[in-house]
Design a binder for this molecule. Structure first.
Ligand code: BEZ
Length: 243
């Protein structure tokens, strides 16, 4: 539970929408990766990219040792899950904790994992990995779906939408955000789904979502301003339903 987090500054790792929709407060954003997990569109979304009647699909992380026991139609993933880590200063911990508590309702649980920064870090005491809080939709949560057929998954993402916008927008924004983190941060599972969705869209002659690339340069304020500009839906999607 987020309420168990001490009221100290902490690092939060984002591997999904947090990459392009930062938490409400942070004073440093660092691209980098974690290990020992696999990112998959295996979490059902009833309140953001879908509805209870027609849930969409969003990403979760699967422990690599558990993933090894499953039959996944997608190819073997890389050892690294790329994303962005945010440093939450102690003065903003209460506010960000409230924001994160709201996100947790979706079926995600808190875990801690070492994060490897891809660049210099100001708010770090040592040179090694940084302990990060990460939200994971565990296989035991009701929204966890398990392995998905890639074609069916792409078709499902294309037809889904929820209060936070179209499901395909989430997918396309995720791919763009990942490609902007570093030279090595692409994710074949995500890019494969993008290709399948684009191909289905062109077959159907529908208009593709324009996902303009965000930059990973600049101060947190500049990054947030740019990240805000690229979103076609409101910022802080996980908070929408409570406001
Ligand atoms: C993420 O972007 O890492 C994330 C966002 C909401 C819930 C879980 C994970």
């Amino acid at each position: 539970m987020a309420s168990e987090i001490p009221n100290d500054a902490f690092w939060l790792f984002g591997y999904g929408s947090l990459i392009w929709k930062p938490p409400p407060h942070f004073d440093e954003r660092v691209p980098g990766y974690i290990e020992g997990y696999v990112r998959r569109f295996w979490q059902s979304s009833e309140d953001h990219r879908g509805t209870p009647e027609a849930p969409g699909r969003v990403v979760t992380l699967i422990d690599r040792t558990h993933w090894d026991t499953l039959t996944d139609h997608h190819s073997s993933p890389t050892e690294r899950v790329w994303g962005a880590a945010y440093h939450i200063p102690s003065s903003k911990v209460a506010e960000v904790r409230e924001y994160l508590d709201i996100r947790e309702i979706n079926g995600y649980s808190i875990q801690y994992t070492p994060f490897h920064a891809a660049g210099p870090v100001a708010n770090s005491t040592g040179s090694g990995p940084i302990q990060c809080l990460v939200y994971i939709g565990l296989p035991s949560n009701p929204q966890f779906l398990g392995p998905q057929d890639p074609d069916a998954l792409a078709a499902h993402i294309l037809k889904s939408k929820g209060p936070s916008g179209e499901n395909k927008e989430y997918l396309y924004m995720l791919e763009t955000a990942l490609l902007n983190l570093s030279e090595e941060s692409s994710d074949e599972h995500v890019s494969d789904l993008v290709r399948r969705c684009r191909s289905l869209e062109s077959e159907r002659g529908s208009q593709s979502f324009d996902n303009r690339a965000p930059s990973n340069q600049g101060s947190p304020g500049e990054v947030r301003e740019e990240l805000h500009k690229i979103g076609s839906t409101e910022e802080q999607e996980e908070v929408e339903k409570t406001t």
